[in-house]
Design a protein. Structure first.
Length: 429
């Protein structure tokens, strides 16, 4: 059985999240006893998981390997062991649970669930990284594991009790009872469950939707949760709601509020807006979509201002860059090559931002009422700029920045109420 076990992280989030955990030297954390000699049984245990025998002694050896060595090893707090937690978690699924014989798979899931809950209940005693790892394990457990290839394909069905615990962790994490890292780990699991939403029972669907929505509606996070982490948490929750595809129940309104939320970085706002164009997310006609359209128009104006300012700074610096011995100038859009000394524009980042904006404009145009034509024209103008930026052989960087100026002026004009005075046009390329 082959499974995908992808976790979408960003380095920025990981660095920020690491700062929320106490330093290991600050406390003496609990470690479960490890029978180290059982480590030699690893390959035997892996083979047994795939092809168990009826021998009670072999089954006992297998159980001992997991309960007296493998799971306890994930509670060790030395630097090397903490660095191996991710590999141990991945191996738990890829070497044991996913390829396990059908007669053994549910028992392995139960053992992993019991281990995770034991650590989570003792979250004040175990190392924060150990607890975080346990929450991630909880989020990966299924009642029925997916088969992605072959004649017997089937979707995943998340483990109901794991789903319920993850929703509880999110609720208590928002109240500050659980740590931000536990909240983040639970969101990873619930976002995965949102992609298997059809497999959840009625309670599972209700509590998954409610937990994701609560994250978007949360106004006051614990003080140690900085802007980058808040953005990451809200992005995961928005992705989950988009996967579920239900615009009602306050979901569209909550996502609209995030698109307009200045606490979020512009990239986060654009990414959330782009989720409205996800195929699974059905936008209704009515007041909620009209409000979303206005939020995206405002977002387009903010993106246009940001990109115009970056382009203008690039143009100002282009003629005055010192080619040797000068400082390395950098921004999110351009940098000076430290060896060659010339200024280069980061077209990839520009294109990514514009693609998010275009997706949201295209999705909302049909339900934007009186704003429909403006959104359609914004999407067309944005698409033209994307095509210019994608042509590195036919355009110089300064050609791109000039087109950004022209595009930004068009966006600003389209964003204005009907009847506003037009701005002076910039000649196109």
């Amino acid at each position: 059985m082959m499974q995908s076990f992808s976790m979408r992280w960003t380095c920025l989030f990981l660095v920020a999240l690491a700062g929320l955990c106490p330093h290991p030297a600050a406390a003496q954390y609990k470690q479960d006893p490890v029978d180290q000699k059982l480590n030699r049984q690893r390959q035997i245990a892996i083979r047994y998981a795939k092809s168990p025998s009826g021998d009670p002694a072999e089954r006992k050896n297998f159980d001992d390997y997991l309960t007296r060595y493998y799971f306890p090893a994930m509670t060790r707090t030395d630097e090397t062991s903490l660095g191996e937690l991710g590999d141990l978690r991945f191996d738990l699924f890829s070497q044991f649970i996913w390829p396990a014989d059908a007669s053994l798979q549910s028992d392995l899931t139960a053992k992993a669930y019991a281990y995770s809950m034991n650590v989570i209940k003792g979250f004040r005693e175990y190392h924060p990284a150990v607890v975080y790892n346990a929450v991630l394990i909880l989020g990966g457990l299924d009642k029925t594991y997916a088969i992605e290839k072959g004649a017997n394909q089937r979707p995943a069905v998340p483990l109901p009790e794991a789903n319920a615990r993850l929703a509880q962790i999110v609720g208590l994490g928002l109240k500050g009872t659980f740590s931000p890292s536990m909240l983040a780990g639970a969101l990873v699991g619930l976002e995965r469950h949102s992609r298997a939403f059809a497999g959840l029972d009625r309670d599972g669907k209700r509590q998954t939707f409610a937990a994701l929505l609560a994250v978007l509606k949360q106004e006051d996070f614990p003080p140690e949760v900085n802007r980058e982490v808040r953005g990451w948490l809200r992005m995961r929750a928005a992705e989950g709601l988009a996967n579920i595809g239900v615009a009602g129940g306050g979901a569209l309104e909550a996502m609209t509020a995030m698109i307009a939320n200045d606490d979020l970085h512009l990239d986060n706002r654009s990414r959330i807006a782009a989720l409205l164009g996800q195929e699974s997310f059905k936008l209704p006609e009515g007041a909620a979509s009209l409000a979303a359209a206005e939020a995206v128009v405002a977002l387009a104006s903010d993106v246009a201002k940001y990109e115009r300012d970056e382009a203008n700074e690039f143009e100002d610096l282009q003629a005055g860059v010192v080619r040797s011995g000068g400082p390395v100038i950098s921004s999110s859009r351009f940098e000076v090559d430290p060896l060659e000394g010339f200024l280069t524009y980061n077209r990839g980042a520009l294109i990514a931002q514009l693609m998010h904006l275009k997706d949201s404009l295209t999705a909302l145009a049909p339900v934007a009422g009186p704003r429909s034509e403006a959104l359609t024209q914004m999407a067309a103008a944005t698409d033209k700029l994307i095509n210019v930026a994608k042509d590195p052989r036919g355009t110089q960087d300064l050609d791109v920045t000039l087109e950004i100026d022209r595009w930004a002026a068009e966006i600003r004009q389209l964003a204005k109420p009907a009847g506003a005075e037009p701005e002076e046009a910039i000649a196109p390329l």
